[in-house]
Each structure stands twice: as structure tokens, then as C-alpha cells.
Ligand binder design. Structure first.
Ligand SMILES: Cc1cc2nc3c(=O)[nH]c(=O)nc-3n(C[C@H](O)[C@H](O)[C@H](O)COP(=O)(O)O)c2cc1C
Length: 206
């Protein structure tokens, strides 16, 4: 089978992508509006970019039903700051509770029962329950695709501070079992990182 994305709907193209870009890490992003309202939402089009300086990206799309930009993007555009919180299994349900398209003035910390904790270098709060949080400053926002439903943006941020729970930090490395991060698959399905295997890689040829 071949599918030309130009001949299928953006919804069908979306289903192919979320069913094959797997598993996806989740950036649980906390922001603050210019009026001071807290916002919290998950984004699984998320990854690291480079480490000097540490830089990450995530992609808040336009809302599929009306093409409007999401509160997270609007807040980052107006303040230039955000936190990426890493999701562990013990608060995954609360994370999903923050993924409803609430009105901008609704505080998803209150909705989910998660705890806002003051950051050090930026104004938005981090999620206290997260074992790892990155305080980030905006590098740039890159618009991608249509200016309507299905289009989106890449938000690139510079990590200005890492918060790491001592429990998950073993001599410079993160302990995967103790972090117990959750990945997103398609639809309502999530994954753990319990079933792992090793392949040794040579960085340089012999
Ligand atoms: C696990 C998970 C991952 C998600 N990933 C994305 C994503 O990568 N991009 C996106 O635009 N929306 C994503 N969503 C949907 C947003 O979280 C949802 O639209 C949210 O209400 C946006 O909130 P905001 O308007 O407060 O920014 C995801 C939802 C879940 C549950």
C-alpha cells in the first residue's frame, strides 16, 4: 500500500503518524499567561535537540476542530518561558486530565490535583510530583504547515535549569526504573520502559 498525504485528510495522516512514531516521550509543559494564570498540558511530539546548550523541542499543533492555537503556545509567545516536566507512571492519569481543551483561565494544576512548585530562574511553576523538570527559556517558535486545523508549530527552548530528584540520580546518570517514565502510543494507549534490551555500538571503526 502507498498513501500520498496530499490525497488523504489530515486526520488520516495524523493516525498514520501517531501509530508509527512510537513510543513518544511526553513533555508535560507548565506555563503562565501574561495575566498570571497557570497552565499545564502534555505534548508527545517532543524531543531533545542538542546539549550545548541543552535544547529541546516540542510541537503544539493547532486545535483539530477550529484551528486555534493552544494556550501553551500563546503563553510561551507572551512570556518566553516554560517548564518541561517528565511524566512518571504514578501521575500519568493526572497528566491526561490536563489534556482537555479548557478555557485559558482554567488552571490545570487545580483540575488535576498536581502541585505547582516555584521555579528558580523563570516565573512559571514546575510540577512538584515530577522527578525531573527542565526550566526553559524560549529560543524560537517555528510555524509549520497550514494556518488552520492540522497545522502546527515547533517550540524550541533552552534548558536553563534541571531539577532532578536525588532518588533517580545515580552518579551522573538517570535511573530508568526509579524514574519509570511513560510514553505515548496511539489513541488512549501508553507504554512503560520495562522491556528493554542492549545492543553495543562502536562509536569509531576499529
Ligand atoms: C499524552 C498526550 C500527548 C499529547 N501530545 C500533543 C502534541 O504533541 N501536540 C499537540 O498539539 N497536542 C497534544 N496533545 C493534546 C493537548 O495536550 C491538548 O490539546 C491540551 O488541551 C492543550 O492544552 P492547552 O490549550 O492548555 O495548551 C496530547 C495529549 C495527550 C494526552
Amino acid at each position: 500500500m502507498i498513501i500520498d498525504p496530499e490525497n488523504s485528510s489530515f486526520q488520516d495522516n495524523h493516525k498514520i503518524m501517531i501509530g508509527s512514531i512510537l513510543p513518544r516521550p511526553i513533555a508535560f509543559v507548565s506555563t503562565q499567561s501574561k495575566d498570571g494564570n497557570y497552565n499545564l498540558a502534555p505534548f508527545s511530539y517532543f524531543n531533545g535537540i542538542c546539549s550545548n546548550p541543552p535544547s529541546i523541542m516540542f510541537a503544539p499543533g493547532r486545535r483539530g476542530y477550529d484551528g486555534k492555537t493552544k494556550d501553551t503556545l500563546n503563553n510561551i509567545e507572551s512570556t518566553g518561558e516554560f517548564v518541561v516536566n517528565i511524566v512518571s507512571e504514578d501521575f500519568a492519569e493526572q497528566m491526561v486530565a490536563c489534556a482537555t481543551d479548557f478555557e485559558p483561565e482554567i488552571n490545570e494544576f487545580t483540575v488535576s490535583g498536581l502541585t505547582p512548585e516555584t521555579c528558580i530562574k523563570i516565573s512559571p511553576p514546575r510540577v512538584q510530583e515530577a522527578r525531573i523538570s527542565y526550566e526553559c527559556k524560549l529560543n524560537q517558535i517555528v510555524p509549520v504547515g497550514n494556518e488552520g486545523p492540522g497545522g502546527g508549530f515547533v517550540v524550541i527552548g533552552t534548558v536553563v535549569l534541571f531539577h532532578i530528584d536525588d532518588e533517580v540520580y545515580d552518579d551522573g546518570r538517570i535511573n530508568l526504573d526509579k524514574l519509570n517514565p511513560v510514553g505515548r502510543l496511539a489513541g488512549h494507549t501508553y507504554s512503560r520502559t520495562k522491556d528493554t534490551f542492549e545492543i553495543i555500538r562502536k562509536i569509531k571503526p576499529d
